[in-house]
Design a protein around this ligand. Sequence first.
Ligand code: IPE
Ligand code: IPE
Ligand code: MG
Length: 238
Amino acid sequence: MTNREAGWPELGKRPRHVAFVMDGNGRWAARCGLPRLDGHREGIANVERIAAALMARGVEYMTIYMFSTENWKRPQEEVEGIFDLLVGWLRDRVPGLQSAGVSIRHYGQPDRLPAELARALQHAGSTSDGERLVLGLAINYGGRAEIVEAIRDVLSASEADRGIDEQAIAGSLYTAGVQDPDLIVRPGGELRLSNFMLWQAAYAELYFSPVLWPDFDEVELDRALSAYEERSRRFGGL
Ligand code: IPE
Ligand code: IPE
Ligand code: MG
């Protein structure tokens, strides 16, 4: 069966890297009459479902924005609750993903995170050699902070090696070595990037959906992939 017969984009049209803004967890919980943290639990659990679906569709890179440098503005109870859920998820669910061929990478600043979470992210990254999907977890991630860090990194190279160009900056981002996202998907109804992958998004196709992330399932994913298939990417050319 060809990809097209199976309902999937032809190889050339399939995105290699799909990045998601995990948004709408709180509203999902409110809609169900549940505490916000239940929405976060459901949202984090959904990452596995979408990762499996992407693997089945031959996508090589997935990135998921799970906690921004701006999310520290939320009540401490919610922030700590999210971190606890992430630690539990990394401990209980991520090893299964790794066995299925997923490599984990952390994009973000580990320093301000609770030690347990920073350690769990470090551990997941260092025990990852899966070859089917690179799953980047953007946690304590900010696009501007990432660019500032990259510039500092380039400037700290010895005088002789120092050269600031696009390649040097890209090579110092958290995502060094990972190709830019072809498609950025934001469920949850907001039409903005909220400081996500500002450098890497230069030529990404953007897809927005009103569906809240915990409800964003394979059917919604296929809608996004079909929309991508219809786009004409020109990168400034004709
Ligand atoms: C996304 O869901 C998770 C994080 C930003 C940590 P939200 O918590 O932003 O959910 P809404 O937007 O309030 O519904
Ligand atoms: C973006 O969602 C950050 C993450 C999903 C981690 P937010 O809910 O924080 O974004 P805004 O505040 O609506 O822009
Ligand atoms: Mg939100």
